[in-house]
Every structure is written in structure tokens, then in C-alpha cells.
Design a protein around this ligand. Sequence first.
Ligand SMILES: Cc1cc2nc3c(=O)[nH]c(=O)nc-3n(C[C@H](O)[C@H](O)[C@H](O)COP(=O)(O)OP(=O)(O)OC[C@H]3O[C@@H](n4cnc5c(N)ncnc54)[C@H](O)[C@@H]3O)c2cc1C
Length: 394
Amino acid sequence: MTTQAPGAEPAERPSDTVDVCIVGLGPTGRGLASRCLASGLTVAAVDPHPDRLWVPTYSCWVDELPAWLPESVIASRIEAPTVWTLSEHRIERPYAVMSKTELWKALPIAGGRVEAQKATSVGAHRVELADGTAITAEAVFDCRGLPPVGTRPAASAHGIFIEAERVAEYVPPGEALLLDWRNENDAAADAPPSFLYSVPIGDGTVIFEETTLAIPGGLTQRELRRRVIARLRSHGIELDGSEHSESCHYPLDQPPPGWRGRKNEAIPFGSRGGMMHPCTGYSVADSLALVDTVVNALVSGDDPVGRLWTPRARAVYWMRERGLAGMGRLTTEQTVAMFDSFFRASPRGQRALLSAHDDATALGAVLFNTVAHTWPFRWRFDLMGWTNRNRWKA
Ligand SMILES: Cc1cc2nc3c(=O)[nH]c(=O)nc-3n(C[C@H](O)[C@H](O)[C@H](O)COP(=O)(O)OP(=O)(O)OC[C@H]3O[C@@H](n4cnc5c(N)ncnc54)[C@H](O)[C@@H]3O)c2cc1C
């Protein structure tokens, strides 16, 4: 599996060394472990709760899912979700909520060595475990997810699950509100912006999730819940106390591994390794789609980081980070104007921002056009950071 310089002595490989050690069995780590095993690599995986089903509800664009995943992973499919900015936009691109149980079943890891404990140290070839033992591997992938938010630009959301028939007039069957920026959430004019995300999740309920993206440190659950309840009320819907809720709060700016200096480090992958999209807060479909890039690199003795993070992919990440910074200093009115401009872009332009891993040309064009068509003119200075650069910084 490893490459060797011409003429060099073959390095001795201890008999208990595995090809790949994966630390963290979230959807990324499990996906990577499963595909490595399927391609014949020996795998060890470490997670304190390897048999616990993931908590969040994962969604994505249907075309982002890798072809090797079965259709059954889609719990709910929306052919053309709606975006509300200054007006209504229908996005002609199928969107899906994933079934966590089906995704789990589609990523079998039987045949791998699984350690149900924490890793205490994660190095390039050695992982130390809480019980004092260690695993050695040709390659170690750090899939431990994201660090705490602190004051970093965040995705914060509070979601309430309501039976579909109670909300059928607000979100009719087969429909979804991907971003609803209508002025219905009772947010103060001088408070950070948030939008509604509402999709049928495939179990007879619809999630109503008030979400804020890019604000340093995010918003509190209390404020987000207050806002989503205000939206529901404005559509005549009252909670009866039976509804479950979910919350999220994580950083959006976790960078990819650097060009240099990785020799003694494990390879960060998934949300920990630059796959958390800085502008959407999504990482699962992209990480799963890139798993085979890693596996192919390992099998052919190539550098997975070089294959994942081509100059184009790095340029895309860099531009999305600029987008994140821009979004994180706008008022609600400005944000709505900016999204109104963005959702007039071509399907390729929209895709370049929302999901494509390395379409740098289209992304550059769509970002330029989004800024150029945001009105009034002076708001572009905020977007660029020339004015009100630190508007929401604590
Ligand atoms: C409410 C909510 C809704 C979301 N909606 C979406 C969505 O619609 N689409 C989307 O793409 N993303 C969504 N996200 C984000 C999503 O959760 C992350 O993108 C995704 O979980 C990242 O997957 P991952 O495998 O990289 O990391 P994680 O899922 O965070 O998995 C990390 C794993 O590492 C393990 N671990 C941590 N420390 C150690 C250690 N020391 N040793 C061993 N194991 C360790 C953990 O136990 C965990 O199993 C949502 C998040 C929330 C909270």
C-alpha cells in the first residue's frame, strides 16, 4: 500500500500493523471504514460508542450522494425545494433527508477491528487508547468531528418536529422550505439574522428549524426557539408540548489539512478535515462522496491529502471562507438581498457554491455576480468587509 523511494530498503512492517486506523465512527469514519474494508484493506476503528446511531438528521442534495449508496438511504425526497428571499424561488434540484438507520446499514464494518473506547493520542501511524493499549497503522484518519465553537463563525439551529398534517398548509406534502427569509420570526431589526429550514423528514413529521449561519459564536437555543415559535404562530400553529426538538451548534471554519507539515500527523477527514461547508453547514454527503478518493489513493500508494485537496479544491474552500466571512457581518435585510441575488444564478453557479468540491471557476463567477447584483450598492461594502467588518463579533 505504501510507496517507496527507488533503491530504498523495504521498511519492516510489524505483523499487527493494520493498513488503516480510523478514529471516530460518525458517518464519515464509518463510511471510510466500510469502503476500505470493501476494497480489501485491513482496518481498525476507534469510537467510544461504535454501536450508537447518530443523533442529527442529515440532509443533502440527491446528486451529491455517491452511486455506491443504495436508494434506501433516502427517507424523504423533495423534487424542487423552495427558497424565500424577496420573492419565492423554486430550486429544480432534488433534495433528500437521509434515513440514519438505512445509512448505517449501508456502511457495514464487519471484518474490521473495532475498539469501543476513546483515543487519547492520534498520530500519523500510532493511535493510543484510553485503556493504555495502542494501534499502529500505515495510515491514520482523524474523523473525530468538530471542536467546540467558542467565538468562531457558527451554525446554530433549533428544530421542532411537528406532525405533517398539522402543518400541511404551511409546508404541503412533498414540499420543503430550504431557506425561508420571510419576515415572520419576530427578530429585532438590530439582531443577527436567521432563517427557517423546514422539510418533511420521512417519519410523518416536518422539522421547523430556525437556523443562523456564520455569526461568530452563533445564537442561543432560547432565542432560536422563540423565533421558530413566532413563525409557527404567524401561520396559526401552536405547539401542544408533544413535539420533540433538536439543536445544533458547531463551527463552520474547520480548515482542510495544510500543504506542508503533515508528516507526523494523522490525516483529518470529514468535518474535521475541511469538509464542513463553510456556507451551508453540511458535510455528510460530501465526505461520503470523497471516501472513494481516499480509498483509491491508499490502494495505489498515493497521498490521500493531495488527491482530496487539489489546488482547485483549496481555491474553492478559500472562496467559501470569504463567503462565510461576508455572510457573518450582514443585517437581515442585507442577507435577504444577497441571497436574492445568489438564487438568480445559473444551476451550475448555485451548485458551485452549495456543493461542488472543486468547481473553482464557476464559484468565482457566482460569488462575483452575487456581490455585483446585491442592491443597494453600498451594501456590497459590508459584504466585502470594507464597512461593518465586525458587526456581530462579541
Ligand atoms: C441538529 C443537526 C443537524 C444537522 N444537519 C445536517 C445536515 O442536514 N446535513 C449535513 O451534512 N450535516 C448536518 N449536520 C452536521 C453533521 O452533524 C456533521 O456534518 C456530521 O456529523 C459530521 O460527520 P463526521 O463523521 O465528520 O463527524 P461526527 O458525526 O461528529 O462524528 C465524530 C465521531 O468521532 C467520535 N469521537 C470523538 N472524539 C473521539 C475520540 N477521542 N476517540 C474516538 N472517537 C472519538 C465521536 O464519538 C463521533 O462518533 C447537522 C448537525 C446537527 C447537530
